[in-house]
Ligand binder design. Structure first.
Ligand code: PEP
Length: 250
C-alpha cells in the first residue's frame, strides 16, 4: 500500500498565499529526481480550494477539505456539503479532527453521519481519532481510541483513519516511536475486530501530531503507519517536501 502524505493547512492562507504554497509544492514534486513514492494530498481552507485545485490540476497531487456537512444541501447557514467539495474536484475530506471535536463539540455520531455523506458524494473520508493528555496519563488511550473508532466509522467504511494524539497536535511534541507503533498496532487490531478481516486490514492508518522533517523518517518507517497527516509543517513547502522525501525512502 502506498503511503499518503496529507497536508492540513487548517485556517491559514489567503488565496494568494495558498496559490504560492501549492505552486511551490507542485514544482518541488515535479523537479524531484524521482517521482514521489507516496500519494500526496493538500487540504486548504474552503476559501482556497478552487485556487489550489487550479494549481494542482494534472500534477498528480490531490486536494481535499478539512470538514463537510452531513446533508447534501439545505438550510445550513455557513456549512459546506460534500457534493460541493466534489464539485471542486476534491477527493478527500478530513473529519473529526480534534480541533473540531473540541471547539465545535463534534461527537462520534456527528463524525459518523458526515462520513456517510462524504462517501455517498464520492469523497474519501480521513477520520481522526486520538486521546487527550489526561486520558493518556490515566492509561485510557486504547479505550478512548477504540470507542472513537466504533462510534465514528459507519458500516461499510471505505476511507482512512488518522491516529492523532491530541497532546501531540501543534505542540512540537510528537509521540515516541514506541507509542506510535503501539497505538497503530492497536488501531489495526480494532479495525479488524470491528469491520472484519478484509475491510479492517485494507484501511490506511496515518499518524498525525507534530510530524516534521526530523522525525518523519522514523515515524514513516514504523509498521502499520500508512502515511502522515501534517499540520504546521505542511505550511512550509520545504518542510513538506522533505517529509515527502522520507516517505520515498522509508
Ligand atoms: C493536524 O492538524 O492534524 C496536525 C497533526 O497538526 P501538527 O502537524 O501541526 O501537529
Amino acid at each position: 500500500m502506498r503511503q499518503l502524505i496529507a497536508g492540513n493547512w487548517k485556517m491559514n492562507g489567503l488565496t494568494a498565499e495558498a496559490e504560492a504554497l501549492a505552486e511551490a509544492i507542485r514544482e518541488g514534486v515535479s523537479n524531484a529526481q524521482t517521482p514521489p513514492a507516496a500519494d500526496l494530498l493538500l487540504c486548504p481552507p474552503f476559501t482556497a480550494i478552487a485556487t489550489v485545485a487550479r494549481v494542482l490540476a494534472g500534477s498528480g497531487i490531490a486536494w481535499g477539505a478539512q470538514d463537510c456537512h452531513m446533508s447534501d444541501h439545505g438550510a445550513h447557514t455557513g456549512d459546506v456539503a460534500p457534493g460541493m467539495l466534489r464539485d471542486l474536484g476534491a477527493s478527500h475530506v478530513i473529519l473529526g479532527h480534534s480541533e473540531r471535536r473540541h471547539h465545535h463539540n463534534e461527537l462520534d455520531e456527528t463524525v459518523r453521519e458526515k462520513c456517510v455523506a462524504a462517501m455517498r458524494a464520492g469523497l474519501i473520508p480521513i477520520v481522526c481519532v486520538g486521546e487527550s493528555e489526561e486520558q493518556r496519563a490515566a492509561g485510557q488511550e486504547q479505550d478512548v481510541v477504540g470507542w472513537q473508532i466504533k462510534g465514528s466509522l459507519p458500516d461499510g467504511f471505505a476511507g482512512i483513519v488518522a491516529y492523532e494524539p491530541v497532546w501531540a497536535i501543534g505542540t512540537g511534541r510528537s509521540a515516541t516511536e514506541e507509542d506510535v507503533a503501539a497505538m497503530h498496532g492497536f488501531v489495526r487490531a480494532e479495525l479488524i475486530r470491528q469491520l472484519g478481516e478484509d475491510a479492517g486490514a485494507a484501511i490506511p492508518v496515518l499518524y498525525g501530531g507534530s510530524v516534521n522533517p526530523d522525525n518523519a523518517g522514523a515515524i514513516l518507517s514504523l509498521p502499520e503507519v500508512g502515511g502522515a497527516l501534517v499540520g504546521g509543517a505542511s505550511l512550509k513547502a520545504h518542510d513538506f517536501l522533505s517529509i515527502i522525501h522520507h516517505a520515498e525512502t522509508a
